[in-house]
Ligand binder design. Structure first.
Ligand SMILES: CC(C)(COP(=O)(O)OP(=O)(O)OC[C@H]1O[C@@H](n2cnc3c(N)ncnc32)[C@H](O)[C@@H]1OP(=O)(O)O)[C@@H](O)C(=O)NCCC(=O)NCCS
Length: 140
């Protein structure tokens, strides 16, 4: 049994330096600092996974506060992966989702194989009836 007693979830978005580092080191496409400075304060909800004083994971919910929400930025530093900690993050986000209006539409784009994580928290693939589409303005 994995001992995760050194970890804890805190109910806040990571500070910007940690956010930038987590995206980079977990292999997610990094955003510019300017973009992150603008975007993070507009989060609806976020969590930080802490190991002592170090932020080692995160998850965020963005949206309009009433109708549409999106789960973003699910990431754990490589050295801390595979211990079930992403499930802690998703459980915390799910607790928050449970407080949303019952008609809320909560979506996400899953980078395979993370779809196996999200399917354990009630997220179902929408294809073929609807498919995720994305427009990237400019390669990062
Ligand atoms: C996705 C990520 C957060 C999972 O973190 P983790 O700590 O390894 O996840 P957990 O140990 O809590 O495992 C939870 C589930 O994730 C699934 N999973 C997600 N990514 C996986 C991977 N790379 N390999 C195997 N299983 C994976 C498994 O189904 C697992 O559940 P199970 O053990 O019951 O089968 C982590 O791999 C990561 O940060 N990846 C880089 C960033 C990324 O791709 N984020 C998702 C963007 S949509």
């Amino acid at each position: 049994m994995t001992d995760n007693s050194a970890y804890r979830i805190e109910p806040h978005v990571p500070p910007i330096d940690d956010y930038m580092r987590l995206r980079l080191e977990s292999g997610l496409t990094p955003f510019s600092r300017e973009a992150a400075e603008k975007g993070l304060p507009n989060s609806i909800f976020g969590v930080s996974l802490m190991h002592g004083n170090e932020t080692v994971g995160m998850g965020r919910i963005i949206g309009d506060g009433g109708c549409f929400f999106q789960v973003t930025d699910i990431a754990i530093l490589p050295a801390h992966q595979g211990r079930g900690l992403a499930k802690w993050i998703m459980a915390a986000l799910s607790d928050f989702i449970a407080t949303l209006p019952k008609t809320a539409y909560v979506s996400l784009i899953a980078d395979v194989p993370a779809n196996r994580l999200y399917s354990q928290f009630g997220f179902n693939e929408t294809a073929p009836r609807s498919v995720g589409m994305a427009r990237v303005l400019k390669p990062h």
